[in-house]
Design a protein around this ligand. Structure first.
Ligand code: ADE
Ligand code: ZN
Length: 335
C-alpha cells in the first residue's frame, strides 16, 4: 500500500523534540503583546513573519528569545501550551514530551512557578480531555553558565514530580556538553531522564561528550553523527535514539534542501531515528507538516514510517503501560 496523505495523517504520532516556546505563533505574539501592553519591534504579524528567514541557529535564537518576551503570566503559558495540544489532537499526536526553557523567563523576572504552573495545567487538561499523554523536560540554556544551570535545577526542586527530564539547548557551537558535566551528574542523581541537543550545528565530538560525560538517554538532533563512522556504529550498537527535526534542519540551513537531508541514511544504518517538529511556529509546521515535507522529498516507504513510529514509542519516557497502548494504536492502524 502506498504512503499517501491519509496514511501520514492517520498514523498515531509521538513527539519527543518540541520547545513549547517554539510553538508561539506570530498571531499569539501580537495577542499577548496587547494583553500586556508590550510594544513590539514589528508593526504587524506580516512583518514578524518576514523576519523568519534564518541564516543559522543563532539568527533564529535571537528572534525566538525576543518573541518569548510576551510570555508573562501563568495564563500565557497555559494558553501557549493548550494551543499546541489542540494541534496535537488535530494531527493525531497521542504522546508528547515537551521542552521548556525556564531561564528565558526567570532572567526577565518572570517567576518559575508562572511557567511551570501554566504548562502543567494545560498538560493535565489534555490528559483528561484529549487523551494525550505527556512529559515535561527542563532545558538549561548552554550559552549561560554552569552556575546558572545549578541554580535552575534548584528552582525545579519543588516541582520534581512534574518534570521528567533535563535537557540542554540554545547556541551549540562553543558550548560543548562538557561545560555542564557536573550539573547533569547532579540531575541524574536526582532521578531525572537526561537528553541534550548535540550534533545539530556542533561537531560529532559534542555527541560523544553528551554520551560519555552527560550519560544521555537520547540525543536531540544528532544528524552530524554521519561524519564519524565510529560514532555511527556506536549509536547503532547502543540503540541510542536521535530526535531528528527535518523542517528545522532546512530552515536553519543544516542541510540545503530536504532532498539533501540524511535521515534516510541514518535509518538505513540502523539508527533509532525519530521525527519531530522542534519549533513549529518558526519552521513551517507541526508534526504532520514535517512528515509531509519528508515524504515529498524523500519518499519513505510504509515500513520506514512504521519503523520511525515504533522508534518514537520505544525512545519515549512513557510508562510501559502507555507504551503498550501506543503500540496497539499503531498495530491496529497498520493492519
Ligand atoms: N532552542 C529552541 N530550538 C532550538 C534548537 N533547534 N537548537 C538549539 N536550541 C534551541
Ligand atoms: Zn530543539
Amino acid at each position: 500500500m502506498s504512503v499517501d496523505e491519509k496514511f501520514l495523517a492517520d498514523l498515531p504520532k509521538v513527539e519527543l523534540h518540541l520547545h513549547i516556546e517554539g510553538t508561539l505563533e506570530p498571531e499569539m505574539v501580537f495577542e499577548l503583546a496587547r494583553r500586556h501592553n508590550v510594544t513590539l519591534p514589528w508593526p504587524d504579524v506580516g512583518a514578524l513573519k518576514k523576519a523568519y528567514d534564518f541564516e543559522n541557529l543563532q539568527s533564529f535564537l535571537d528572534l525566538y528569545y525576543r518573541g518569548a518576551d510576551v510570555l508573562r503570566d501563568e495564563q500565557d503559558f497555559f494558553d501557549l501550551t493548550w494551543a499546541y495540544l489542540e494541534r496535537c489532537k488535530a494531527q493525531n499526536v497521542v504522546h508528547t514530551e515537551i521542552f521548556f526553557d525556564p531561564q528565558t523567563h526567570t532572567d526577565r523576572g518572570i517567576p518559575f512557578e508562572n511557567v511551570i504552573h501554566g504548562i502543567t495545567r494545560a498538560l493535565e487538561k489534555a490528559g483528561q480531555e484529549l487523551g494525550i499523554t505527556s512529559g515535561l523536560i527542563l532545558c538549561f540554556l548552554r550559552h549561560l553558565s554552569e552556575e546558572a544551570a545549578f541554580e535552575t535545577l534548584k528552582q525545579a526542586e519543588p516541582y520534581r514530580d512534574s518534570i521528567l527530564g533535563i535537557g540542554l539547548d540554545s547556541s551549540e557551537q562553543g558550548h560543548p556538553p562538557e561545560k555542564f558535566a557536573r550539573v547533569f551528574a547532579e540531575a541524574r542523581s536526582q532521578g531525572y531522564k537526561i537528553v541534550a541537543h548535540a550534533g545539530e550545528e556542533g561537531p560529532p565530538e559534542y555527541i560523544w561528550q553528551a554520551i560519555e560525560l552527560l550519560d544521555v538517554d537520547r540525543i536531540d538532533h544528532g544528524v552530524r553523527a554521519a561524519e564519524d563512522p565510529r560514532l555511527m556504529a556506536f549509536l547503532e550498537r547502543k540503540g541510542m535514539p536521535l530526535t531528528v527535526c527535518p523542517n528545522s534542519n532546512i530552515r536553519l540551513r543544516v542541510f540545503d534542501t530536504m532532498e539533501d537531508h540524511n535521515l534516510k541514511d541514518l535509518l538505513a544504518a540502523g539508527l533509532k531515528v525519530t521525527l519531530n517538529s522542534d519549533d513549529p511556529a518558526y519552521f513551517g509546521g507541526y508534526m504532520l507538516e514535517n512528515f509531509a515535507a519528508v515524504q515529498t522529498a524523500l519518499a519513505l516507504s510504509r515500513e520506514e514510517w512504521l519503523a520511525i513510529t515504533y522508534n518514537s514509542i520505544d525512545a519515549s519516557f512513557a510508562t510501559p503501560e502507555r507504551k503498550a497502548e501506543l503500540l496497539d494504536m499503531v498495530e491496529s492502524m497498520a493492519g
